[in-house]
Unconditional design. Structure first.
Length: 446
């Protein structure tokens, strides 16, 4: 009897848990869902006989290791900073590990030990990163097998609100970790455009977003996502003059968000200002006691204009009500507003949009030598409601499918990987199609 251990029962875990319950039931396996919020974990598994929920403080070594020791495979949907704790326990007890997060230096440093123990640690196995890697590698392989020389690669991806639930001036609702929304882009970005390496710092990311029309989603804005350059050798596209990975938003989002960034309201390090009239003694009741949203957001006033006023007012930046006295940084306050003002209602639906764009040339030795073509591969997934979201489906299902394939020994790899190998992406993409997550491809002569 196989045992699957999942750390984390938050927004992105819903579809994964539902999938794993079905898998466990069909195979007489067992699923354990561990979270600090026991009622939340219990609500996700319901009355499923093959699953149980447990309360855990993942920082507690004894609690964590007691669960890992009994598992056959471990999945972590915890905040990225906590993956290292889980990874250490998996190494100690020789358990395979899957995460949906970017491969960070702390996990990378374990690569030799992972390989020596014959374990499989599979990171970036969600949506973005995850499905983007797998679908891109499949598409790149198709172009190269046809003899094409890739000139340009662009990959766009974003979690948006579905059109029938789009009823606010931001054209956005929170369907995943709101802290990640607050801090998106803080690391800046690097990419390659027409043979030049371009570096953009955080303060510049939202200033002049790119534009793209995607059939089924309409006119969207994009900003560059992290360090695209690091994926050039991973994708085998050193020959490409352009290589960029982006995040999608609706244009009005970027118009307003750039002002929030300019004003420093996303700062997760700088303490909130003391409310006027407060003194040092008031800090005992909370660092932001008595501070209003309008006082906190005052640095944004020089950046308010006709392009963003409606969005900023809707978010509550200029309200005279008091900020939670426990808020310690601007990021805390902004996160509260996003969670409150941009919350999904129970019947709301989100939408995942992803599109790869490859421009390539046919070589001299083929009949269509010199012909330049463009291929577009597009994915649009809509959620069912505010719990069974498109975000949860596209982040969670790749993890669940991979876990099942590993336990069934249909993926038989070891070492530290992201899903760029055909042994991973071919079977996972195949089952994702069966789950309704499929790309539509079109090709044109450029």
């Amino acid at each position: 009897m196989k045992r699957i251990l999942l750390f984390g029962a938050g927004k992105s875990a819903t579809s994964l848990i539902r999938y794993l319950i079905a898998v466990a039931s069909a195979r007489d396996w067992r699923l354990v869902v561990a979270d600090s919020n026991l009622p939340l974990a219990e609500s996700k598994i319901g009355s499923a006989p093959h699953a149980r929920a447990v309360s855990i403080r993942v920082e507690n070594e004894a609690e964590r290791e007691a669960l890992v020791r009994e598992a056959d495979i471990v999945i972590s949907l915890l905040p990225p900073a906590l993956h290292y704790l889980v990874a250490g326990s998996c190494l100690k007890y020789s358990k395979d590990l899957l995460t949906a997060s970017y491969l960070d230096p702390a996990i990378k440093a374990l690569e030799t030990e992972i390989r020596e123990k014959g374990l499989l640690f599979l990171c970036e196995m969600g949506l973005d990163p995850g499905i983007d890697h797998m679908s891109a590698m499949e598409l790149i392989g198709e172009v190269k097998r046809s003899g094409g020389r890739i000139l340009s690669f662009r990959s766009h991806s974003g979690g948006l609100v579905a059109p029938d639930s789009d009823d606010n001036p931001w054209h956005y609702k929170i369907s995943w970790n709101p802290r990640n929304v607050v801090l998106a882009g803080t690391a800046g970005a690097r990419y390659k455009e027409d043979g030049r390496v371009i570096t953009r710092v955080y303060s510049e990311l939202f200033e002049q977003p790119g534009a793209v029309f995607i059939k089924g989603a309409g006119d969207l804005a994009w900003y560059p996502n992290r360090d695209s350059l690091s994926y050039i050798p991973i994708y085998g596209l050193e020959e490409a003059d352009t290589f960029i990975r982006t995040t999608l938003r609706y244009p009005d989002f970027c118009k307003a968000w750039k002002s929030i960034v300019r004003a420093g309201l996303t700062d997760a390090e700088k303490p909130v200002p003391m409310a006027p009239g407060n003194d040092r003694h008031s800090l005992r009741e909370g660092p932001s006691k008595g501070l209003t949203f309008a006082e906190w957001s005052a640095p944004i006033l020089p950046y308010v204009d006709d392009d963003n006023r409606v969005q900023l007012e809707f978010l509550g930046l200029f309200d005279g009500s008091a900020v939670d006295p426990g808020a310690r940084t601007s990021a805390d306050i902004l996160q509260y507003l996003l969670e409150t003002k941009l919350a999904m209602r129970p019947q709301d639906k989100d939408m995942i949009v992803m599109q790869h764009e490859i421009r390539y040339m046919m070589p001299d030795y083929l009949p269509d030598a010199g012909v330049v073509r463009e291929i577009f591969s597009t994915l649009i997934v809509k959620g069912e409601d505010s719990l069974q979201t498109a975000m949860a489906k596209t982040v969670g299902l790749p993890l669940g499918i991979a876990a099942k394939l590993i336990l069934e020994e249909k993926i038989r790899l070891s070492g530290l990987h992201i899903p760029i190998l055909p042994e991973i992406y071919i079977p996972v993409l195949h089952e994702l199609e069966e789950q309704g997550i499929r790309f539509d491809k079109t090709s044109i002569d450029a």
